[in-house]
Design a protein around this ligand. Sequence first.
Ligand code: FAD
Length: 339
Amino acid sequence: MSAAPHVAVIGGGVAGASVAYALGRAGAHVTLVDAGQHAASRVPSALLNPVRGQSGKVDPQAVAGLRRTWAWVGALRAAGHTVPCGRGGVLRPVPDGRTREKFARNLPPGAELPHTWLAPADSPVPLAPGWAHALWLPEGGWLDGAAFTAALRRASGARVVRARATDWSARQVTLEGGAPLEADAVVWCGGAVGSGWAGEEGTYRAGSLLLLDRASSPVALSFGAYAAPAASGGVLGATFEAPTPAWAPPRLPLGSLGWLLDRGLALTPGLRGAQVTGRWSGTRLSELRCGRGEDGVWRLAGLGSKGFLLGPLLAQGLAGEVLAHVTHRPPAPGALPVA
Ligand SMILES: Cc1cc2nc3c(=O)[nH]c(=O)nc-3n(C[C@H](O)[C@H](O)[C@H](O)COP(=O)(O)OP(=O)(O)OC[C@H]3O[C@@H](n4cnc5c(N)ncnc54)[C@H](O)[C@@H]3O)c2cc1C
């Protein structure tokens, strides 16, 4: 193939926008088909937190993913895009010595992931009473999910088609209304909502962020729920609803609101006195799909609660595989520009 390959990407959340960005930088023509509805990537403030949940698990790609995302944020900002973010670290308070030991066992050896254990009294953020220790991760932080995703889409140079795709195969996408779109390869990045529209069973988990008039913590703080600064004010949030096998529009039941406020107050006294100015709800999809399916369609989906931690890194790798496949060249490490 001599002309630049043309790749159709379905879905314009952080997965699709990252694939489009990596492909665009490698010289491909990209058409991004995005319904623009229910994107989990519009989360107002997402943590870049390599030490996960209440287990303290660290994904083998977490450190590389963290650095990839920050590198892309830096490249986008240097190119004039606005991406509100804070690279001031993430603090993980833990309730007892057993949890600290569990977290410590999961941390990668050596200096791969810089971290420090602090006594609550030495925390850079006032913690509510009851925490035994706090793990400080100076390379973590938060970013504005909607702004990062929009900047990737713009910087990718992709032609954006605002429509829902109703069918797709290895080299064709059918748009609602029946119009076909031909391409050398098709990448599906429809996220939770797209998987739901396609009638796929999965593990869907909804959650909500309360938007606050001010940040209750100057740095991101997380255990059970998270409190973080945002582009304007701050947020308190989590993906905490019971998992469901099918997608449904996310809601915030009153009982969940109470749970979230309790978790927030158990994290930091900084929440007291903050005003709730709004809320945002979304759904994430678990069980990572990254690669080429038997139908010949490429997929990047099921990023769970690590969309911003791993999405750009996985997208970069997938874009390299797609291009190697359509140009019949072996995947060449370094063939794609590294930010
Ligand atoms: C409350 C909450 C808090 C979260 N916090 C964090 C966090 O702190 N850190 C973190 O890393 N991650 C976090 N996540 C997870 C993160 O938001 C997701 O992993 C990520 O946004 C998923 O991105 P995606 O591109 O796969 O899907 P989405 O962002 O959902 O994008 C899918 C897009 O594809 C479009 N689409 C779907 N089907 C079609 C179709 N057939 N045709 C055309 N378009 C289609 C949709 O309309 C949508 O625009 C959180 C999620 C939630 C819900």
